[in-house]
Every structure is written in structure tokens, then in C-alpha cells.
Design a protein around this ligand. Structure first.
Ligand SMILES: [Fe+2]
Length: 193
């Protein structure tokens, strides 16, 4: 994997904060914290890699207040820096249920961008880093880790729901079970909720 160092990743997030200072910065730091805390109990994943991927999963929000297009902006920015594995996480983190129509919020991408995301997800077999960041995104409030149900309700209250929301929630709850099994414990104990 070609990744920025932790210091470089923190610098990228700090620069993004100057461009778009909002709650997503705290949310990104919480995601990184959760990823590291969970992976410390997983044999097959690296702590620092997980932390960096968590920190940068929403980096597309540096471009301003957007909705679904933050995932394509994140992909484009990370790709421009040569960090393809971070770019991949920008694209996969919002889709534990592999149908972009399940996205909570508006699709503010162009038709071509939407097709690109759709094709990328169709052609990508998720690995444990994809699953980990999808899970941690759903555990991370701006001021700290929380129960997955609380975060899912928080997202729906702000961005609405659609016909696929229940399927998406089931996919998140599956990820919670998956990492409970991977770590041999209840992940809530690891992230301190
Ligand atoms: Fe996120």
C-alpha cells in the first residue's frame, strides 16, 4: 500500500479544515480512533494503515459543503497525490450496501461521475479495510465514538432516508457482528462506549 504517513495525513486534514471547517473534521478523527482501537485486536490489519484510512475517508469534504460528491472529490484528490488506497476508501466508505441509490442524501455528482462510482463498486470486492472504515464511519460522531444505532439515526435525521435505508442499516449491523467476531469481543468495549 502507498499511503501518506500519519503526520502527512494529519497535515492534509488540517489543510482541509482551513477550507471547510465543520463537524466532519471531528467525525474523521473519531473514525480514525475507532479504526485503530478495533484493529489492535485484529491479526490481519495494520494499526497505522487503519488510522490513516479513517482520517482521510471524508477528505473530499475539503472542497466545501457537498453531499454524495464528497466521495468523488476525495477519490480525485487522493488519486492526484498518488494515494490510490485512500482513494479507494473515499469511494467505498459510504456503501456497505452495494447500491449507490442507498446513499443517504442528494446525488450531486454528474451522470458520468455516478456511473464511475457505480462501476467501481460493481467491480470491487470489499476487503477488511473497506469493511472497517464503513463500520467506523457509522460509529463516529464529531465528539466521539457512539453506538451504531445512534449514529445511523443521526445521519437519517440530517440527510433523510429512502427505500433502501433498512437494507443499508442491516449491512452496517452485519459489519458490527463481523468485527465482533474478528476481534473476539464486543467492539464497543474497544472504542469505550
Ligand atoms: Fe465519514
Amino acid at each position: 500500500m502507498k499511503l501518506p504517513t500519519i503526520i502527512e495525513a494529519e497535515k492534509l486534514l488540517n489543510e482541509a479544515e482551513q477550507r471547510n471547517l465543520r463537524a466532519w473534521i471531528g467525525h474523521s478523527k473519531t473514525t480514525a480512533f475507532c479504526a485503530k482501537a478495533i484493529v489492535e485486536q485484529c491479526d490481519n490489519l495494520n494499526d497505522d494503515t487503519s488510522y490513516i484510512l479513517g482520517l482521510l475517508h471524508d477528505i473530499g469534504r475539503r472542497e466545501g459543503v457537498t453531499d454524495m460528491r464528497h466521495i468523488i472529490d476525495g477519490n480525485n484528490f487522493m488519486t492526484s497525490l498518488g494515494y490510490d488506497d485512500c482513494a479507494r476508501i473515499c469511494l467505498t466508505h459510504s456503501s456497505p450496501y452495494k447500491d449507490i441509490r442507498s446513499y443517504n442524501g442528494q446525488n450531486d455528482c454528474t451522470a458520468e461521475e455516478t456511473e464511475f462510482i457505480k462501476r467501481f463498486l460493481d467491480n470491487t470486492e470489499y476487503d477488511d479495510y473497506d469493511r472497517l472504515i464503513q463500520l467506523c464511519d457509522a460509529l463516529a460522531l464529531p465528539d466521539g465514538a457512539t453506538y451504531i444505532e445512534k449514529r445511523l439515526v443521526d445521519v437519517v435525521m440530517r440527510r433523510g432516508f429512502n427505500d433502501l435505508t433498512i437494507q443499508k442499516w442491516k449491512a452496517f449491523l452485519y459489519l458490527k457482528d463481523y468485527f465482533d467476531k474478528q476481534t473476539g469481543t464486543d467492539i464497543y468495549k474497544l472504542i469505550g462506549v
